[in-house]
Design a protein around this ligand. Structure first.
Ligand code: ATP
Length: 465
């Protein structure tokens, strides 16, 4: 069985590499201008620069040292990759994603009841052995190992069935942005729709906060979709004759909230997504990006535990798209809300994801942080997928460092563990010294010319520090 919980290879072959379009677009976008139209973008850039270093002598605690903030999002581009789930990092090793469960920091004390600790550590979604097969007598496919092992073409010709999701297992952790990425037809939408049974799974288990989703009756499912896991679609599905405010209030109206209260709440959320002053417009009087903000506001208004995004920005032009990505990053940073985000765009996945599940032919071929996926591709398919990503913008110094000698530990520019290799190159080039990777005043290791070049060239095979 494919346990997608860790970085895993499940039979992906070198054949059939991802389209050049995907990687090419990613590469150009990753290296493209960081400018954003939104204030969030500006803030992010500042934060990013701040992550780089303190000066050699004074070496104050580096600004980028991970805080205890909930599952940090990424300030600018893929550099936030390692922001993933907090301090432990240890990126690069396949199991490391498991080691950094962002349990609320206050729950570790001895006096905390076990039940409270369990609740904090419990994933929002837990998916195990999930299958979705379309076609006649679909149930027999996961039940029969012979059929389950067939590739897509053979399965279709033998049974008339399509296995859109094949034996997928993963957790979505509280407060993370979990990205489901893959080329068209890889099964992303089917997988995410199964989470709230907008599509009925064929086999496997799905739990939300420990509750069995497959056992829910209609009323409970409705409650799940309305209150707990709201979806933001690519086509915004706005009501054309209603104003922005009333569109946003719609979900609250359905929930039975009174008019005054829901309009007040809607006004608040409209402001939060930057649509102040447009409350009385109708969707037809808005740009695509503004309409998507209304869609986002509508989902946010019901204050769901988790937001599910189905390629929400793929119809938007690149600048607006980037703007909306910044918006999601900002909202995530401010609210720490759990998000599941579908995209076929690698760059978007690297920018937004704390962890990424990369799908191919219904399977998760690799699940890991952006740094794990770029730094340790699980197979040739993933390697080809990430080939054009500038590694130095994703890989962090935590992965690139080597042990420091006593002398090195006391001098040189200081970097936070999550600073990118790109930031380290700048520091090393400017000072001519190896840079120290500092965490709370402790030197974890150093990065020098050799290590940094190794990352850029893709020849690094980081030795554990
Ligand atoms: N209702 C259906 N009946 C039969 N096959 C389906 C159905 N819905 C999806 N599929 C098939 O399941 C596979 C996965 O489709 P899915 O829409 O989940 O992929 P995707 O990765 O979201 O693609 P895209 O990025 O193009 O939206 C595809 O082969 C698709 O043709």
């Amino acid at each position: 069985m494919n346990d997608g919980r860790t970085t895993s290879t499940t039979g992906g072959s070198a054949a059939g590499s991802p389209t050049g379009a995907a990687t090419g677009a990613a590469a150009s976008a990753v290296t493209g201008p960081a400018g954003s139209l939104s204030p969030a973008g500006a803030a992010g850039s500042a934060g990013s620069a701040g992550a780089a270093l303190g000066s050699a002598a004074a070496a104050p605690a580096p600004a980028g040292v991970p805080s205890n903030a909930p599952a940090p999002a990424h300030p600018t581009g893929p550099r936030g990759a390692t922001g993933s789930s907090g301090p432990a990092g240890a990126a690069g090793s396949p199991g490391s994603a498991e080691a950094v469960v962002p349990v609320a920091s206050g729950t570790g004390g001895g006096s905390t009841p076990a039940s409270a600790r369990d609740a904090a550590a419990r994933p929002v979604f837990a998916v195990e052995g999930l299958w979705k097969v379309f076609g006649p007598k679909a149930d027999r496919v996961p039940a029969d190992p012979g059929l389950a092992a067939l590739d897509a073409a053979e399965l279709r010709s033998r049974t008339g069935c399509t296995a859109a999701v094949r034996d997928v297992s993963f957790d979505v952790r509280k407060g993370e942005v979990f990205v489901v990425m893959g080329l068209s037809g890889s099964g992303k939408s089917t997988l995410v729709r199964c989470l709230t049974r907008l599509i009925e799974p064929t086999a496997g288990t799905i739990a939300i906060d420990g509750e069995d989703v497959r056992a829910m009756d209609r009323a409970r499912l409705r409650e799940l979709r309305r209150h707990r896991a709201a979806m933001v679609f690519q086509h915004f599905g706005l009501l054309p004759h209603r104003t922005v405010l009333d569109n946003v209030a719609y979900g609250l109206e359905v929930q039975g909230m009174g008019r005054r209260e829901r309009r007040e709440k809607a006004r608040e959320v409209v402001a939060k997504v930057g649509l102040d002053g447009l409350e009385q417009r109708r969707p037809g009087q808005l740009s695509g990006g503004q309409q998507q903000r209304v869609g986002l506001a509508r989902a946010l208004a019901v204050d769901p535990e988790v937001l599910l995004f189905d390629e929400p920005f793929s119809a938007l032009d690149p600048l607006i798209r980037r703007d909306m990505q910044e918006e999601v990053i900002r909202l995530h940073r401010e609210e720490g809300r759990t998000m599941v985000f579908i995209t076929h765009d690698l760059n978007e996945a690297l920018r937004l994801g704390d962890r990424i599940a990369l799908m191919r032919d219904g399977r998760v071929v690799q699940l890991g942080t952006p740094e794990e996926i770029v730094g340790s591709p699980a197979d040739d398919y993933v390697r080809e997928f990430v080939r054009d990503v500038p590694r130095e913008q994703v890989m962090t110094v935590r992965t690139a460092m080597r042990p420091a000698s006593a002398r090195e530990a006391g001098e040189g520019p200081a970097l936070a563990p999550r600073a990118t290799v790109s930031e380290a190159i700048e520091a090393v080039a400017r000072t001519g010294q190896a840079a120290r990777v500092m965490d709370g005043g402790r030197c974890l290791g150093v990065v020098d010319h050799e290590r940094l070049l190794g990352v850029v060239a893709g020849t690094d095979r980081g030795e554990a520090v």
